[in-house]
Design a binder for this molecule. Structure first.
Ligand SMILES: Nc1ncnc2c1ncn2[C@@H]1O[C@H](COP(=O)(O)OP(=O)(O)OP(=O)(O)O)[C@@H](O)[C@H]1O
Ligand SMILES: [Mg+2]
Length: 383
């Protein structure tokens, strides 16, 4: 039989997987009514032809910032259309468009005045963008709400020019979304003062809230009887520990379902959730390791080798083994310490300074924080 037909016909506990996808925006967002209302309270001004105040949304990963904002966007678009109002809400993810030029070019394109994505001067793009508001084609009463999701990326990559330009364009309101409360340190005072924004904070979800979220989504996604209450509470409890991340909760549920399918079981057992957790963690580590710069990988490889040999890993010993692996491209001993710090921040290793006793100074002892096999596997993909 054709492999695809075979796969397609395999029994599955999923009714439809798309509802567990990150990009799917549910019709109801439990426990976020208040946040939806907060955004609406500012945006509603647009219905009276007043440019809304700028908004800044903060919150940790998976707290519903993107979903809630897009939900509010759909709602406003609906009423604007019904009332024939000249309101546009455009969503830009700054990981996709991460310079002022790119964002303005994208906005021009979305508003029906395409400009080339490279080659023009920035001033030309800025002018084209600003002229959109003067031209008759879009009407001089256009109100534009620009959602800048993951704004930290552009601030780090390209600075705050985009905010400057947008705040200095009449009839433009900015809604920025950030993971970090302190992202404004990347904004110059001049720009900060023209960004007269209101702040909305999204708290992490607790376990019970995650249960409600998962219950809604699982009704759409799984066959009846495929999941027990225990499974949903376990996914929620695990995700509540991971800083109340709804995306992680959904991933756990989806991966548990996939494991059930692999095992040809028509229900998800709690033990599958634990397996799913390990699998997600493994994949995360593999992703991190694969995307490390090459010299950093060599350092990690050296740590893995020494761990397998059950050696006590001091920075001196590590540098010796690393030098052998890196050969001509090796970094300096001093730079090695930056690498150690970075690997520690990624949670791959831990480094503890210990005192060797009087007169013998202090030494850094490094321990690998994950499975050596896993690192081996991840490094193998790369090579
Ligand atoms: N209240 C909710 N009800 C239903 N689903 C939700 C809710 N909150 C979040 N989700 C779902 O959880 C996932 C993560 O949410 P979202 O992408 O909005 O998080 P975020 O805060 O934007 O995270 P990040 O900072 O990582 O971008 C999405 O699939 C979203 O649909
Ligand atoms: Mg988001």
């Amino acid at each position: 039989m054709n492999i695809f037909v075979e796969m397609k016909e395999k029994p599955t506990i999923f009714k439809s997987k798309e509802y567990l996808d990150h990009r799917f925006i549910p019709e109801t967002l439990p426990h976020r009514d208040e946040k939806i209302t907060s955004i609406a309270k500012y945006w509603v001004e647009a219905l009276s032809k007043i440019t809304p105040q700028d908004i800044t949304i903060y919150g940790k990963t998976g707290t519903g910032k993107t979903a809630v904002t897009l939900y509010a966007k759909n709602q406003l678009e609906e009423v604007a259309q019904q009332n024939n109002l000249n309101i546009r809400i455009e969503y830009i993810r700054c990981t996709d468009y991460n310079t002022e030029y790119q964002i303005l070019a994208k906005l021009c394109q979305l508003l029906g005045k395409p400009v080339p994505f490279r080659g023009w001067t920035k001033a030309e793009v800025v002018n084209t963008f600003r002229n959109l508001f003067k031209s008759n084609s879009l009407g001089d009463d256009l109100i534009l709400i620009v959602i800048l999701d993951e704004i930290d990326v552009i601030l780090k990559n390209d600075g705050d020019n985009i905010l400057y330009t947008l705040t200095r364009t009449d009839n433009v309101s900015i809604t920025s979304i950030s993971n970090y409360v302190d992202f404004k340190r990347f904004i110059k005072p001049k720009v900060k003062s023209s960004l007269r924004d209101r702040e909305i904070v999204f708290p992490p979800y607790n376990a019970q809230q995650l249960v409600d979220i998962l219950q809604e989504r699982s009704k759409l996604s799984f066959n009846e009887g495929a999941i027990s209450d225990g499974v949903i509470s376990l996914c929620s409890a695990l995700a509540a520990k991971e800083e109340g991340d709804a995306r992680y909760a959904l991933d756990l549920l989806k991966t548990s379902g996939e494991i059930a399918d692999e095992k040809e079981s028509d229900v998800i057992l709690e033990e599958y959730v634990k397996e799913a957790k390990d699998r997600i963690e493994h994949n995360k580590i593999i992703d991190i390791v694969m995307t490390l710069p090459i010299q950093q990988q060599k350092v990690l490889e050296a740590i893995t080798i020494l761990t397998q040999k059950k050696e006590e890993i001091t920075s001196g010993l590590l540098y010796e083994v690393y030098q052998d692996l890196a050969k001509n491209d090796k970094v300096s001993y001093r730079r090695l310490f930056d690498f150690i710090n970075e690997l520690e921040m990624l949670g791959l290793i831990s480094a503890n300074t210990i005192s060797r006793g009087r007169g013998r100074g202090r030494t850094n002892i490094i321990t690998l924080q994950c499975d050596t096999d896993l690192i081996d596997k991840a490094l193998m993909y790369k090579n």
